[in-house]
Design a protein around this ligand. Structure first.
Ligand SMILES: NC(=O)c1ccc[n+]([C@@H]2O[C@H](COP(=O)([O-])OP(=O)(O)OC[C@H]3O[C@@H](n4cnc5c(N)ncnc54)[C@H](OP(=O)(O)O)[C@@H]3O)[C@@H](O)[C@H]2O)c1
Length: 327
């Protein structure tokens, strides 16, 4: 019998249980059956597990939104994929933390020959996020300053490299010296240790008092106010996550009026709305990887049954780069 991780109640990493499950002989017309080779661990999985984000269905559920694998069966209406294809996905329906599953073919991506399955599982969701944040939500530019929080994390190290490839002067925040060195190595131009230094003060020093035109903030509660203070007049606050907790309610006038600021709370799914957008987004990432501008950074590969430890590691702030699970 195949194995999966199941959440039967919301809570800490301890609610992730490793169990057998049954797989039907039947497959839906527009789906393919994938034997997973690697599963991507993302911070959003911890939001689903703890209840910060609502789950798509009643408990119990199998979590996870990203994986790679090989197609072992195809539905009768599937035209673009064949048995044996190496494929990846980084979106709903949830249920990636398992050995084998069925998945809708219109949300599936073929893995380019030059990339291996582990690499792709470690970068697809986080890399596509950087693509829409830097290329479409707000187009970052050569010689322009940007502020990006948690610059040595999974999304962060990809952001360092993407910004460097454009010639953009990324200011990244990190929590310790090791992460500081890593962010700089990956192309971040300036780093601020936000545990020890004032972020707005450092940003104003680096930008000669101007502030940055855009802040990418995936840390949330602990950084929101400093992000607002670091923006230039008419700057854009991109609040794309909350690894430190949900941002508390804000007074809109007091927060945004003093500098006529803009605010957005984006999500990858709304920037990959149809097949065309999805493939363009993934292909831009794959091209950057092919051109050597973006490299993967796998911090650790855990067994699927060690999902609890993997979640603990991600939330401990000890990891850098990406974490994958091996089914
Ligand atoms: N909206 C979207 O489309 C989208 C898509 C993908 C990811 N995201 C978001 O992007 C962010 C980064 O995701 P990721 O998977 O790459 O995670 P990650 O950055 O590898 O891990 C989170 C990092 O947040 C920092 N952090 C600051 N305060 C923290 C706290 N109190 N507890 C835990 N971590 C804290 C830590 O870095 P330091 O030790 O350096 O502080 C930690 O390493 C998350 O908020 C995620 O939800 C959003």
């Amino acid at each position: 019998m195949p194995k999966q991780i199941v959440i039967s109640k919301l809570g800490g990493p301890e609610v992730l249980e490793y169990q057998n499950y049954e797989l039907s002989d039947q497959i839906n017309d527009n789906e393919v059956r994938i034997k997973h080779t690697a599963i991507g661990l993302n911070y959003i999985d911890t939001y689903h597990r703890s209840g910060i984000y609502p789950l798509p269905s009643d408990l119990p559920v199998c979590p996870g939104l990203e994986a790679t694998g090989e197609i072992i069966k195809i539905g009768s209406k599937v035209k673009d994929f064949n048995i044996g294809d190496r494929v990846a996905y980084a979106t709903t329906p949830m249920g990636a933390y398992c050995e084998i599953r069925d998945f809708p073919n219109e949300k599936l991506i073929k893995i380019p020959d030059n990339l291996n399955n582990d690499e792709v599982a470690s970068i697809l969701l986080q890399g596509m996020t950087v693509e829409y944040l830097f290329e479409r939500l707000y187009k970052i530019k050569k010689d322009e300053f940007i502020l990006f929080h948690a610059a040595a994390g999974g999304v962060g190290l990809i952001a360092c490299q993407w910004a460097h490839s454009v010639g953009c002067k990324m200011i990244g925040t990190v929590s310790n010296k090791e992460k500081e060195d890593l962010a700089l190595k990956y192309g971040c131009q300036y780093v601020i240790n936000y545990k020890e230094e004032s972020v707005p003060e450092k940003v104003m020093e680096i930008t000669s008092g101007q502030g940055v035109p855009v802040v990418y903030d995936g840390v949330g509660q602990q950084t929101f106010d400093d992000s607002i203070k670091s923006l230039s007049t008419r700057g854009l606050m991109v609040s794309f996550g909350q690894s430190s907790g949900m941002v508390e309610e804000k007074d809109l006038h007091k927060t945004f009026n003093p500098k006529s600021l803009f605010y957005t709370r984006p999500t990858l799914m709304h920037y990959t709305l149809n097949r065309n957008e999805l493939l363009n987004c993934a292909n831009k990432l794959f091209k950057k990887m092919h051109d050597g501008e973006i490299k993967t950074n796998i911090y650790k590969k855990y067994k699927l049954k060690e999902a609890k430890i993997a979640h603990e590691t991600l939330q401990s702030r000890k990891s850098f780069g990406s974490i994958i699970l091996e089914p």
